[in-house]
Design a binder for this molecule. Structure first.
Ligand code: FAD
Length: 565
């Protein structure tokens, strides 16, 4: 059976398991009424089911290729991208000043999930454009805004982000690309960037590269980095495409997955660029784009998880081996884990998006801190869920999961990169135990207060589910306090990944409990799924959080020489 967009699940989470109502109650998002939200979800579902889903296998088999220096995308991609632009889908959250609809990020997140479920490769093109729009809205000069924003928002032009260089991956501060003033307000950009997603394509229009580079007098490290807009074609004053800039695609990477997404090595040979934001403040500007993208990558994981789960359920319902395989206990275990974790990850990602919307609409520090806390969890848990669920999807298919025709393997291959790009999940976890705990664990404690207050309320009707959630939250609270008191950063970092997962496990249980409470029916499907999650998956938090406080000594008991001997 083809993809069915999880529109009802979104409506349910918006209505019962999030603060979406509070978003619509703000002046900024007053147009995002339930009617509007429902209509957008339904239309996004239709578009992804009918137009995008049929491309997933085509793109995987055909790949984007480089021909005579020009990227050629698989058949149907240009038409599908045109459908996205015609429907105004590229940037529904962009501000109205330059033609955007100004809708909540929560809706963009829902759309990104559906795009990722149906074609992660194509979905990356609007996703990066959205991030670029946000960076320009916040940091660019009026001139750049006027030239680029309307065209990016309409999808006539697309955007990329250029951080990575061969010697500068996680360590962005090691980048060497140079920017030299031309004396006329523009800069000459020279250097090589690698892994640039949608670095070129054949959709027409301009490809707008946001490039991190160093000015001649720049300090070493991240403090000496500036951000530049470097378009493929230098636009004329009226926005028509002028001469080609001095940049080229050297090659495309051959990858494990997302074959249709062109991942380019870009060469800049004195290309003309314009400064975005202040000199040497490029990292701050790029962070706007990266935070947007981190949330979006979390949504990518959820999308993959949803697509893989649907396909595995369909297969399990039809395949017979000593009876229908859907009746075997271990297959049940896999299918329910897939369903329960997909919901948990979706609720985490959406609640992060909604915190971001509320931070923007109210300007309140508490919402800013909530969004900042949830972003690394949404990115890492969303992507890990996509990977784990897709992998289980392969297992549910048995041998048919290992052969390519079913498409189950593609989910698994495509999902793998989500734990790597936009800051690896290890880097996300370090962010969580480092910068996000710099408040002494206050933002985390506020969230745990809410979880426990809700569990207290739930005790009356669902005591067997409320108690373990309350207990798990207390264990997490102790871990947060341990982290906040631990001055030795290597000790914090050593347990950061299990801490992030333990945190996500507890959050997932809270959102499942909220769903069960809202459903208010002991044998309702959401309550049964909550019971499965809380009884079988939540207990993992104990092991994860014990690991989180184990410190770094064991890790460094080996010297690097002993380890490699
Ligand atoms: C398909 C694809 C698309 C991409 N798209 C883009 C793009 O559009 N634009 C762009 O600029 N980049 C892009 N990237 C690059 C991506 O963001 C980097 O691959 C990523 O940041 C990791 O850098 P790296 O590959 O050099 O790995 P490394 O930094 O070498 O990391 C290797 C391992 O070491 C760990 N590690 C590194 N430093 C630390 C540390 N300080 N503490 C703990 N662990 C550490 C990492 O977590 C990882 O496990 C893309 C990559 C891929 C594969």
């Amino acid at each position: 059976m083809p993809y069915r967009a999880p529109v009802e699940d979104y409506k349910f989470i918006f209505a019962h398991v999030s603060d979406m109502e509070a978003v619509a109650a703000t002046e900024r998002f007053s147009e995002a009424t339930q009617d509007v939200t429902d209509a957008i979800l339904t239309e996004a579902g239709r578009l992804t089911e009918e137009v995008i889903a049929p491309l997933r296998r085509v793109g995987d088999e055909t790949h984007s290729v480089l021909e005579n220096g020009v990227v050629r995308t698989p058949p149907g991609y240009k038409e599908a991208f045109t459908a996205l632009t015609e429907g105004g889908w590229v940037a529904i959250s962009a501000g109205p000043d330059y033609g955007g609809m100004g809708l909540p990020i929560a809706l963009t997140t829902a759309f990104n999930e559906m795009m990722s479920a149906t074609d992660l490769s194509l979905g990356l093109c609007p996703l990066l454009t959205q991030g670029q729009i946000e960076a320009l809205e916040h940091h660019a000069s009026d001139e750049i805004k006027q030239m680029y924003l309307p065209r990016l928002i309409s999808g006539e032009w697309t955007g990329t982000m250029n951080l990575t260089e061969p010697q500068a991956g996680s360590d962005v501060g090691a980048l060497k690309t140079r920017a030299v003033p031309n004396g006329d307000g523009s800069y000459a950009i020279t250097g090589q960037k690698i892994y640039i997603t949608w670095g070129d394509h054949d959709f027409g229009g301009n490809v707008c590269h946001l490039v991190l580079a160093r000015l001649p007098d720049a300090a070493p490290g991240t403090k000496g980095i500036s951000l530049f807009m470097v378009p493929k074609y230098i636009p004329n004053d009226d926005g028509s495409l002028g001469p080609a800039n001095d940049l080229s695609v050297v090659s495309l990477e051959h990858k494990l997955g997302i074959h249709a997404s062109p991942t380019a090595v870009m060469q800049y040979d004195g290309a003309t660029g314009w400064l975005v934001g202040a000199e040497h403040k490029g990292m701050a500007a790029m962070f706007t784009m990266m935070n947007n993208a981190r949330l979006a990558v979390g949504a990518q994981g959820v999308g993959i998880a949803e697509g893989a789960t649907q396909q595995a359920l369909d297969y399990a319902a039809e395949r017979n081996q000593m009876g229908p395989i859907i009746e075997h206990a271990d297959v049940r275990r896999m299918l329910l884990t897939m369903k329960a974790d997909t919901y948990a990850a979706r609720a985490i990602v959406l609640n992060c998006a909604i915190a971001l919307d509320l931070a923007r609409a109210t300007g309140q520090d508490d919402w800013k801190a909530r969004a900042a806390l949830l972003t690394p969890i949404a990115k890492a848990f969303g992507s890990e869920t996509g990977i784990a669920v897709a992998e289980m999807g392969v297992q549910v298919h048995g041998g048919m999961g290992f052969v390519e025709e079913t498409g189950a393997a593609q989910f698994s291959r495509d999902a793998r990169v989500t734990a790597i790009y936009e800051g690896t999940n290890g880097i996300q976890a370090m962010d969580l135990v480092g910068r996000k705990m710099a408040d002494g664990g206050e933002a985390a404690a506020r969230l745990l207060d809410e979880i426990e207050a809700h569990a207290e309320t739930a005790r009356a009707s669902l005591p067997e589910l409320a108690e373990p959630v309350w207990q798990a939250s207390e264990t997490l609270r102790e871990t947060v306090e341990w982290l906040a008191d631990e001055g030795n950063m290597p000790n914090r970092f050593a347990g950061s990944v299990p801490f992030l997962h333990g945190f996500a496990r507890v959050l997932g249980a809270h959102y499942h409990l909220r769903a069960a409470m809202a459903e208010d029916a002991a044998d309702g499907p959401r309550t049964k799924l909550a019971r499965f999650y809380i009884n079988r998956l939540l207990p993992e938090h104990a092991g994860l959080l014990a690991h989180a406080v184990a410190g770094a000594d064991d890790l460094y008991a080996f010297t690097a020489e002993e380890l490699t001997a």
